[in-house]
Design a binder for this molecule. Structure first.
Ligand code: FAD
Length: 454
């Protein structure tokens, strides 16, 4: 008999924690998972899932407009924000139930409450104490809002999914994918929307051609994009509206301010000081490539570590760790190369592998294939919006290093191409692939002449 209550005690039932718990229990380990807020974590409750549902909602206004050219005279009577939020809540509750059943069905002991480490093998949840041979920290991240006067007037992605009313005007502050997605969502739902970012241009780290295309596309949709804009102070006015004072002396009046200025690892009250766990220079839990912290009994995965902050990454890490600990013969390290990801703005962004800038920085000589075109659906719709596609190809090996797209269903299209890149596809393989006609995606296999060569 083990001297411990459990073999593995997981703190946090988010993407990574749930996957690690289920897998480890499936391999025969005695597993407990503690969760203080909601099963499924950020992704299910205040992240990927509700965000995508809102993005669907935001699309309908444009669809109704587009339908006119196809003969449909549709009239939008009204938009009911409360109904959207209620239906979203019902769906999330359903998913929470599925996660509950997945965990209990796998034999995982579910403990509700905030967990705190008492030492490397002991966790307290409320007035209960549990011992475990190993502990896994999968506590995720939390929105970060910088200090400034008027900070108390802003909301974050945690609150945006539960707003009681849709504001008439909205300002989104930030330049990452979450900021861009919410600016798109609010704009699509009919709010007068501004996006303010302190840097030169949003979506840092994405391909430059894609970023430039996105600026034009969003501006054409009526979004007010303000770059090099820093909020110094926010005043709440007598009528309840908010006045943003920018560092350049300008002001912006709005009804809601959403800060999407990054996330920090969730460590508060976790009791790390009672263990040998240390943080890295950025403040994440320091782990090695096997998710081992500096404490031999404690592991960490997902957003609480300095990894790529995406659900599939947390899932893969959870799976890899469970295998390594309890089914080592099946262990495979997570492959972080050629990662595909989407931004669910309108239209979508899909991106895979290296940007042109990254490839050049690594010394590749490149062929760049680029295409901008009006997707067929937009023709009868009388919609001038263009899609953007780009292939980054290594001249020496002919390998496709990066694939980038802005356009409807970009995420769906790029996911398929991710398999090709993982298999090492060259441009010749793309060329030898017959297209599906008529689709937008066929453009990826019909681009023949590089728009630029080194
Ligand atoms: P989380 O999912 O955050 O789970 C951590 C869990 O630990 C939480 O449930 C928390 O309550 C719990 N917890 C924390 N501390 C304690 C404690 N002391 N005791 C008990 N429980 C605790 N990723 C994508 O791949 N695609 C997307 O489209 C996407 N969209 C996003 C949109 C938004 C608005 C946000 C915020 C994130 C989005 N992400 C997206 C990122 C994705 O949600 C995260 O990368 C993922 O959830 C990380 O999983 P995790 O297991 O590390 O942490």
């Amino acid at each position: 008999m083990s001297e411990f209550d459990f073999d593995l005690f997981v703190i946090g039932a988010g993407s990574g924690g749930v996957r690690a718990s289920r897998m480890a229990a499936g391999f025969g380990a005695r597993v407990a998972v503690a969760e203080e807020l909601y099963l499924g974590g950020t992704c299910v409750n205040v992240g990927c899932v509700p965000k995508k549902l809102f993005a669907y909602a935001a699309h309908f206004a444009e669809d109704v407009e587009d339908a006119r050219g196809y003969g449909w005279d549709l009239k939008v009577e009204s938009f009911n924000w409360q109904r959207l939020v209620e239906n979203k809540n019902t769906e999330i509750t359903r998913l929470n139930g599925i996660y509950h059943n997945l965990l209990t069905g796998a034999g995982v002991t579910l403990i509700h409450g905030r967990a705190r480490l008492l030492d490397s093998h002991t966790v307290a949840v409320g007035d209960k104490r549990f011992t475990s041979e190993r502990i896994l920290l999968a506590t995720g991240g939390w929105p970060f809002v910088p200090e400034f006067p008027g900070r108390e007037h802003v909301i974050t992605s945690n609150e945006v999914f539960y707003l009681e009313q849709l504001p008439a005007r909205c300002a989104v502050v930030g330049g990452g994918y979450i900021a861009v997605e919410f600016a798109s969502i609010f704009n699509g739902l009919g709010c007068q929307t501004s996006l303010l970012y302190r840097g030169e241009q949003f979506l840092r780290g994405f391909d430059q051609g894609l970023r430039d295309h996105m600026v034009v596309t969003m501006q054409n949709k009526g979004l007010d994009l303000q770059f090099n804009a820093q909020v110094e102070r926010i005043d709440k006015q007598a009528d309840g509206s908010l006045l943003l004072h920018l560092h350049n002396g300008e002001t912006l009046e709005t009804d809601l301010v959403l800060y999407a200025t990054g996330r920090r690892p969730k460590l508060d009250g976790l009791g790390l000081e009672n263990t040998a766990v240390t943080l890295d220079e950025k403040g994440f839990i320091a782990v090695d490539e096997l998710y081992q912290t500096t404490d031999p009994a404690v592991f960490a995965i997902g957003d609480v570590t300095d990894t790529i902050q995406l659900t599939p990454v947390a899932l893969a890490e959870g799976m890899a760790l469970a295998r390594r600990l309890y089914r080592p013969e099946e262990y495979r390290p997570v492959d972080y190369e050629d990662l595909a990801t989407a931004v669910f703005c309108i239209p979508n962004i899909g991106t895979l592998g290296m940007t042109e800038e990254q490839a050049r920085a690594q010394g590749y000589k490149l062929d760049i294939f680029e295409s901008r075109f009006r997707p067929m659906r937009n023709t009868l719709a009388g919609n001038a919006e263009q899609s953007f596609m780009k292939l980054v190809v290594d001249q020496a090996s002919d390998r496709v290093l990066g694939v980038h797209m802005v356009g409807p269903d970009a995420g769906e299209i790029i996911q398929g191409l991710a398999v090709a890149l993982k298999a090492g596809a060259t441009k010749s393989v793309f060329d030898a692939t017959l297209g599906i006609h008529p689709t937008a995606a066929e453009e990826f296999v019909t681009m023949r002449t590089p728009s630029r060569r080194d």
